[in-house]
Design a protein around this ligand. Structure first.
Ligand SMILES: *Cc1c(COP(=O)(O)O)cnc(C)c1O
Length: 337
């Protein structure tokens, strides 16, 4: 395998994570099904964001930062992971969390409870303010500097060229695990929310030449649409190529987004999605989250119902975590249990 020039990283994630075969689900879906257990990267500091944060936090420390700033939805897994990682490394954190009415913030449950336990400072912002999140973060950084401290800004989802190294590392783990299996047309499927996981997997697959082994990468978007993510992931890949000239050019047609499964919208569930989440939990003791992995896996089951070979002969679903998003959805789940 090609030696990849990984930037500095701080160890935060428990990796490599296992690639597990799901025999019963393979029978139900009619395709060989595996799951990459990135829900096991830690207990509370867990999920896909931890992989990106290993590289982002290394840069924050190298730049002498003492305060980390980032943003997300009210139940953001990324913000929770950032708050916990910052505290672990002795840094302060300030989170800009989007909510319906900033004057009436949501209850302290799920990820918000963990943000607060980690000691993060939270600023509630409206949907319209969130549209200008880059400017808001820059203004927050100015305020931190004015107070004589050193800020480090992490973009939404940790999705940047540097953060994408986290999923290049995950692609390298998958390459090793898949090399031990009989070669078969394979699709690595992930839930796409801000594009960084997708960019990392696509870049990693290219750097490791996984296509030569019949391995493709496809993302199921849980918000926005294909055009949006083709643009966002394309931009991260261009930024990456500029900062690390390794000869990888990712074209729009290299970015496979399985659109059509956003449903009622970001972080809004439908009973059919929650039923698929429940059924996987009861069949495999693998618990997905309603916002990302549950919605994406629902999309996978529906795509397979239309075309059993949609993902080739082997499906590798990346479980990107998100378990704490389950608890705010308890009332919606209860009637299905
Ligand atoms: C953030 C997140 C995703 C999406 O990853 P992106 O890199 O933001 O596209 C998927 N699953 C979970 C559980 C997440 O928290």
């Amino acid at each position: 395998m090609r030696d990849l020039p990984f930037p500095d990283r701080v160890p935060l994630a428990c990796t490599p994570t296992p690639l597990a075969y799901l025999a019963r689900t393979s029978a139900v879906l009619g395709v060989e099904t595996w799951i990459k257990r990135d829900d096991l990267t830690g207990s509370v500091l867990t999920g896909n964001k931890v992989r990106k944060l290993e590289f982002l936090m290394a840069e924050a420390l190298a730049l002498g930062a003492d305060t980390v700033l980032t943003c997300g939805g009210e139940q953001s897994n990324h913000c929770r992971a950032t708050a916990l990682a910052a505290t672990q490394l002795g840094l302060a954190s300030r989170l800009l969390l989007r909510t319906e009415d900033p004057a009436r913030p949501p209850p302290t449950g799920g990820n918000i409870l963990l943000d607060r336990l980690a000691g993060a400072e939270i600023r509630w912002i409206s949907r319209s303010e969130y549209a200008n999140r880059a400017a808001l973060l820059a203004a927050e950084a100015d305020a931190v500097r004015a107070a004589g401290r050193v800020p480090y800004v992490i973009p939404e989802g940790g999705s940047s060229a540097l953060g994408s190294w986290g999923y290049i590392a995950a692609a390298a783990e998958l390459a090793t695990d898949l090399a031990a299996l009989p070669p078969r047309p394979t699709t690595i499927v992930y839930a796409c929310g801000s594009g960084g996981t997708g960019a990392g997997l696509i870049l990693g697959a290219r750097l490791l030449d996984l296509a030569a082994r019949g391995v493709r990468v496809a993302g199921v978007n849980v918000c926005d649409d294909r055009a949006y993510f083709t643009r966002v992931i394309g931009q991260i890949c261009r930024d990456f190529a500029e900062r690390w000239p390794l000869g990888v050019q990712i074209a729009a047609e290299d970015i496979d987004i399985v659109d059509g499964w956003v449903g009622l919208g970001y972080a809004r569930s439908q009973p059919a999605e929650l039923e698929v989440l429940r059924d996987l939990a009861r069949r495999e003791a693998i618990v997905l989250d309603p916002v990302y992995t549950g919605k994406a896996f629902y999309g996978v089951t529906r795509e397979l119902a239309r075309d059993g070979r949609r993902f080739g002969e082997r499906l590798v679903f990346v479980h990107t975590g998100g378990v704490f998003g389950l608890f705010p959805a308890a009332a919606e789940l209860a009637p299905l249990l």
